[in-house]
Ligand binder design. Structure first.
Ligand code: SAM
Ligand code: DTB
Ligand code: SF4
Length: 339
């Protein structure tokens, strides 16, 4: 089978490395074992396969840019072990009330001018109150009026709240599964996996696009990374956006001293996300500030085709826009409008 001389050329889609099924033979349902078998592949075989799948569904040289804004910061009652916004830890984040609409519009306007196409507003809530939803719907309308795609991440939703967001024109709701089910309780105890799945179901039923991913580098095993990817790929329909975060280790949080994930292991997991969710936007998310340009380039080769853009994530730093633009130029990548 290994007769293709240019593995990234157009013929690549016709051939797969020896012993690996072509994409057309990919299982409709990805078991955790099947995902683990991907993660266990020789690195070049895994990346070849991810890049092949990527090219079947996307322009491999284009990246979509989403910009984050924390509209309500800190003071959160939850105990997510990674999060600087949990009130019970001392993550150095000052709690602020919900941001006024005018400041949100100013930030979204600046994001659009810098080249972002999606604007994602995050709130440090366990779940929003109905009056919070009212204020967020005004933000969604105003951001949509600027011609940006809209995304919010507000925590768990109750019946009817997703519908109100949809009516305001919301395009995406971000709600992460974060890790494998059996590792979840090691990181978060104030809600369970089923709570997350229930909110995802409400979002889906309201007709909003789903943005759902996880965090790597929290001390999970490779098998547990496979468990996360298998859970994400089993969502039916699959999430339109899949953010893959590398843990930002924030002083004061329980995970501040977690061992950093080996960079190639992160790249492998991005490749597994691409192969198992071929039509999803796979977003290289938190943790880019500490990644080398070379590691990011490998993530794009593995099928990542979106990033969080702008110098701030929610409360922690992100690469400056100019560094990103320089990197995209060096890689010959263009910015695409996304979908
Ligand atoms: N409070 C809402 C919730 O948890 O669903 C929305 C905001 S929350 C900050 C959004 C996501 O950010 C979390 O689900 C988690 O995946 C990610 N996140 C938070 N802190 C992080 C960190 N230190 N490193 C990487 N990702 C992080
Ligand atoms: C996602 O998966 N990552 C983003 C977004 N969705 C909301 C958040 C990353 C937060 C990183 C830590 C911080 O800046 O507070
Ligand atoms: Fe609260 Fe969300 Fe942070 Fe968890 S991740 S502590 S729910 S803001």
């Amino acid at each position: 089978m290994n007769t293709v001389t240019d593995p990234l050329g157009p013929a690549a889609a016709d051939a797969a490395p020896a012993g690996i099924a072509a994409d057309t033979a990919a299982p409709a349902h990805w078991s955790r074992e099947a995902v683990l078998a991907l993660l266990d592949l020789p690195f070049a075989d895994l990346l070849y396969r991810a890049q092949t799948v990527h090219r079947q569904h996307f322009d491999a040289n284009a990246v979509q840019l989403s910009q984050l804004l924390s509209i309500k910061t800190g003071g959160c009652p939850e105990d997510c072990g990674y999060c600087p916004q949990a009130a019970r830890y001392h993550g150095g984040v000052e709690a602020t009330p919900l941001m006024p609409l005018s400041e949100v519009v100013a930030a979204a306007t600046a994001a659009r001018e810098a080249g972002a196409t999606r604007f994602c507003m995050g709130a440090a809530w366990r779940s929003p109150k109905d009056r919070d939803i009212h204020q967020v719907t005004e933000m969604v309308r105003a951001v949509a009026d600027l011609g940006l795609e809209t995304c919010v991440t507000l925590g768990m939703l109750r019946d009817g709240q997703a519908e109100r967001l949809k009516s305001a024109g919301l395009d995406y709701y971000n709600h992460n599964l974060d890790t494998a089910p059996e590792f979840y309780g090691e990181v978060i105890t104030t809600r369970d996996y089923q709570d997350r799945l229930d909110t995802l179901e409400r979002v889906r039923e309201a007709g909003i696009n789903v943005c759902c991913g996880g965090i790597l580098g929290m001390g999970e095993s490779r098998a547990q990374r496979a468990g996360l990817i298998a859970q994400l790929a089993a969502l039916d329909p699959q999430p339109e956006s899949v953010p893959i975060n590398n843990l930002v280790r924030v002083e004061g949080t329980p995970l501040a001293a977690a061992d950093p994930l080996e960079p190639l292991e992160f790249v492998r997991t991005v490749a597994a996300a691409r192969i198992t969710m071929p039509r999803s936007r796979v977003r290289l998310s938190a943790g880019r500030e500490e990644m080398s340009d070379e590691m990011q380039a490998l993530c794009f080769l593995a099928g990542a085709n979106s990033v969080f853009y702008g110098e701030q994530l929610l409360t922690t730093p992100n690469p400056r826009a100019q560094r990103d633009r320089d990197l995209f130029a060096r890689l010959g990548m263009s910015v695409d409008a996304g979908h």
